[in-house]
Design a protein around this ligand. Structure first.
Ligand code: HEM
Length: 493
C-alpha cells in the first residue's frame, strides 16, 4: 500500500514538473507582481496546490521570484515569500487586510460552524483573545500555570508505567501536554478523555482545507463526540478550586455571559482548544523527533537539563519554578531546539483578505498593488529555508538560536527573520505558553528516560515523513515507537 502511495506521489510530482515547464512559455515577467500562468482559469493551479501546497509554492517562487500573483480556482492570491514583505503584511491595518475569512474557514473546518459565524467570531475577538492575552502574557503565565508542571509529570508517569511495551512518541509528547493544558485553561471539571478524538479531528484538517476528505466519517464522528463532551462540561457550569482571576474561571465567565450551553458553545470551546493545541502538538512531537535523530544534540540538551535539575535540587522543585524559572540562560540550548523546530515546521501564515484596493508598501520602497477581494499569504517556509540567512537551512541545528546573549522575556529568535509566531498586532498570543509547555515536556522526558527504537522502527531513528498535503504547519501520519527505560537515577519510577 505504502509503495503504491509513493509511486503515485512520484508520478504526480513529475506531472507537476512537466506542467510547470509548459506553463513557463506563457510566463510574463514584465508585470509586478508577476502572475503564475494558468491554462484552465486557475483550476489547474488549484489542483496542484491542493495536492502539495509546499512544492507548488516552491515551483511558483522559482519561476516568478519572491512576490507573485496566483489564481487557485476562483481565489486570487498574492504570495509573499520574503521576510520584509511578510512583516509588511503583519503590520498592515486590519481595515486594509483583514483576518475574517481565515477565521471563518477555521470555524467551519474545525468546528463545523455553518450558521451564526458572525456571533461566534465577535465573541472570539471581543472576549477570548483578550483573555488569552491577559492570562498567557509573560507577566501572568506563572499564575495561570501554577499546577501545570506537576500535572504534566503525573500524566507522563501514568502513560509510561509499563516499560515492557513500546509507546507512541506522538502520544507521549502530546497527550499529557494536552490534558495538563486543558486543566489549567478550563478547570478540573473539563473532560480529560478527549485526546484521541481531538487528534482524529486534527489529522483531518489538511484534507478538510483542500475539501478532499476521503475518510470523512471517523473525523466527523470524533467531532460529534467532542462537541457532546463539551456541551456536558458547559451545562455543568463549574470549574472547581479556581480563584476568580484564574484562566479557567475567566473562560467559564465567557461561556456563561454568552449563554454558551448548547452546540454553539461547544463549537466555541472546540475552536479554543484547536487554537491552543494544533501547532503546539506538532512542535512537541517534532522537537523530540529531531533530537532523537541528532544524538550529539540530544546529549547536549540532556546535560543542560540534568545540571538545571541539580541546581534546583530535584525535578519536582524545577517544575514548581514555573515559566519564570525556566526563562533562564541555563535552558538556552533547550529553548533553541524548540525555536529551531518551529523554524522547520511552520510553513505558511499571514493569510489575509483585502477590503479595498491599496498599495502595500515594502521596506525597500517598492509597492505591491493589492486589489479588493484578493487574498495575501506569507510563505514563511521560503524565508526560513533561505540559505543566505540560515546556513544549512534544511538541517535541524540544535544551537542555531543559542549563539546570542540570552534576554529574559524575549524569544531567542529576535533579530532573525523568524515568522513562525506571526508578528505585529496579531502575533501569536499563546507563544509563551507554547514554549513553556514544550520545554516542560522535554525536561521531564529527557531527564527521566533513555529512548530506544522499538521493534516497529527496525531502521532505527527515522524522521517522520512530511505529509504532502501539509498546510500552515507540517503534518505527518507517521509515528515513532520507542521503548523507554528509566535512567539510572530514576530506577524507582
Ligand atoms: C508552537 C505553537 C504555536 C505556533 C507555531 C503558533 C503560531 C501562530 C501564528 C503564526 C499566528 C499568527 C497568525 C496570523 O497572523 O495569521 C498565531 C496567532 C495566534 N495564536 Fe498561536 N501559535 C502557537 C501556539 C499557540 C497557543 C498555545 C495559543 C494559546 C491560546 C495560541 C493562540 C493564538 C491566538 C489567539 C492567535 C491570534 C492572534 C490575533 O489574531 O490577534 N497559539 N499563532
Amino acid at each position: 500500500m505504502s509503495s503504491f502511495i509513493l509511486v503515485g506521489a512520484y508520478i504526480l510530482r513529475k506531472l507537476a514538473d512537466i506542467i510547470a515547464h509548459i506553463y513557463s512559455y506563457f510566463f510574463d515577467a514584465s508585470s509586478f507582481p508577476p502572475q503564475v500562468p494558468s491554462l484552465l482559469a486557475g483550476y489547474d493551479n488549484g489542483l496542484l496546490c491542493a495536492l502539495n501546497p509546499c512544492a507548488f509554492l516552491s515551483r511558483c517562487r522559482q519561476q516568478c521570484g519572491p512576490i507573485y500573483r496566483v489564481s487557485l480556482g476562483s481565489m486570487r492570491l498574492v504570495i509573499v515569500s520574503s521576510g520584509d514583505a511578510i512583516s509588511s503584511v503583519f503590520l498592515a491595518s486590519s481595515q486594509l487586510l483583514c483576518l475574517d475569512p481565515l477565521h471563518r474557514e477555521v470555524l467551519y473546518i474545525v468546528a463545523g460552524v455553518k450558521t451564526n459565524y458572525a456571533y461566534l467570531h465577535e465573541v472570539m475577538i471581543r472576549d477570548l483573545y483578550p483573555l488569552i492575552d491577559r492570562c498567557l502574557s509573560p507577566r501572568s503565565l506563572g499564575q495561570t500555570t501554577q499546577t501545570f508542571g506537576p500535572m504534566l509529570l503525573s500524566g507522563i508517569k501514568n502513560l509510561t508505567r509499563d516499560h515492557s511495551k513500546s509507546i507512541s512518541l506522538m502520544q507521549l509528547t502530546n497527550e499529557p501536554l494536552y490534558t495538563a493544558t486543558n486543566l489549567v485553561m478550563f478547570g478540573s471539571t473539563f473532560p480529560t478523555d478527549t485526546y484521541k478524538d481531538f487528534q482524529t479531528l486534527n489529522k483531518s484538517v489538511p484534507y478538510r482545507i483542500g475539501r478532499t476528505l476521503l475518510h470523512y466519517w471517523p473525523s466527523y464522528a470524533a467531532r460529534m463526540r467532542l462537541l457532546r463532551s463539551f456541551m456536558d462540561y458547559l451545562q455543568r457550569g463549574e470549574v472547581n478550586d479556581c480563584d476568580d482571576k484564574s484562566a479557567c474561571a475567566r473562560s467559564m465567565h465567557i461561556f456563561k455571559d454568552n449563554n454558551f450551553q448548547s452546540l454553539e458553545g461547544a463549537q466555541f470551546v472546540l475552536i479554543f482548544l484547536w487554537t491552543i493545541h494544533s501547532n503546539t502538538m506538532v512542535n512537541s512531537f517534532f522537537s523530540l523527533s529531531f533530537l532523537l535523530g541528532d544524538p550529539i544534540g540530544f546529549a547536549r540538551v540532556r546535560t543542560e537539563i540534568d545540571s538545571a535539575v541539580q541546581n534546583f535540587g530535584s525535578l519536582e522543585a524545577l517544575l514548581q519554578a514555573g515559566p519564570d524559572g525556566l526563562d533562564d540562560p541555563s535552558f538556552k540550548l533547550l529553548t533553541s531546539a524548540i525555536m529551531e523546530t518551529m523554524r522547520l515546521t511552520v510553513l505558511q501564515t499571514a493569510m489575509r483578505q483585502a477590503n479595498c484596493d491599496f498599495d502595500l508598501k515594502l521596506k525597500d520602497g517598492k509597492m505591491i498593488s493589492i486589489k479588493k477581494g484578493e487574498h495575501v499569504l506569507g510563505d514563511v517556509h521560503a524565508v526560513h529555508m533561505d540559505g543566505t540567512v540560515f546556513s544549512d537551512p534544511e538541517t535541524f541545528v540544535v544551537d542555531r538560536f543559542a549563539q546570542q546573549p540570552y534576554r529574559r522575556k524575549h524569544l531567542q529568535t529576535d533579530g532573525y527573520p523568524f515568522h513562525a509566531l506571526g508578528g505585529g498586532r496579531h502575533a501569536c498570543k499563546g507563544r509563551w505558553l507554547a514554549v513553556y509547555g514544550i520545554k516542560v515536556v522535554l525536561i521531564i522526558l529527557l531527564h527521566l528516560f533513555d529512548f530506544n527504537p522499538a521493534e516497529e522502527n527496525s531502521a532505527g531513528w527515522c524522521l517522520p515523513r512530511v505529509h504532502p498535503r501539509s498546510v500552515a504547519v507540517i503534518h505527518t501520519e507517521d509515528d515513532i515507537f520507542v521503548r523507554l527505560s528509566p535512567r539510572q537515577a530514576e530506577k524507582g519510577l
